[in-house]
Design a protein around this ligand. Structure first.
Ligand code: AMP
Ligand code: ZN
Length: 110
């Protein structure tokens, strides 16, 4: 997707420091953090939202889960606790329509 900001980040077209990267996933700090630790985890594949996932993405989703766990370890919040979420659709607050997960930590959540 030519005009997708997260595709551009994944391809290196927008200079962004990667906390983690492999052939299928990339993780980077959120530009507007809502917690001391706020990381965005994305698949390199352009999937607009959680609603667009299909059976063909089962392995990718499992992989992303392990990447998120690794990001939590790298950020030092694996034991203190962290929250993972995805906003699906405008009504849920999704702004970037390239599937992504937020990993938040470093503070106490209610
Ligand atoms: P969402 O509301 O779930 O679509 O969240 C999009 C998130 O992407 C927001 O938390 C933004 O701060 C974050 N974001 C947007 N552009 C960038 C960028 N260039 N680098 C890092 N994070 C970004
Ligand atoms: Zn994209």
């Amino acid at each position: 997707m030519d005009d997708c900001i997260f595709c551009k980040i994944s391809k290196g077209e927008i200079p962004t420091e990667f906390l983690y990267e492999d052939d299928r996933a990339v993780a980077f700090d959120d530009i507007n953090p809502e917690a001391p630790v706020h990381v965005i985890i994305i698949p390199r594949e352009h999937i607009p939202s959680f609603n667009d996932l299909g059976p063909e993405h089962k392995d990718l989703l499992g992989h992303l889960s392990l990447v998120m766990k690794e990001v939590a370890r790298l950020k030092g919040v694996q034991e203190s606790g962290y929250r993972i979420l995805t906003n699906c659709g405008t009504g849920a607050g999704q702004v970037v329509f390239h599937l992504h997960f937020h990993l938040l930590g470093g503070k106490r959540f209610r």
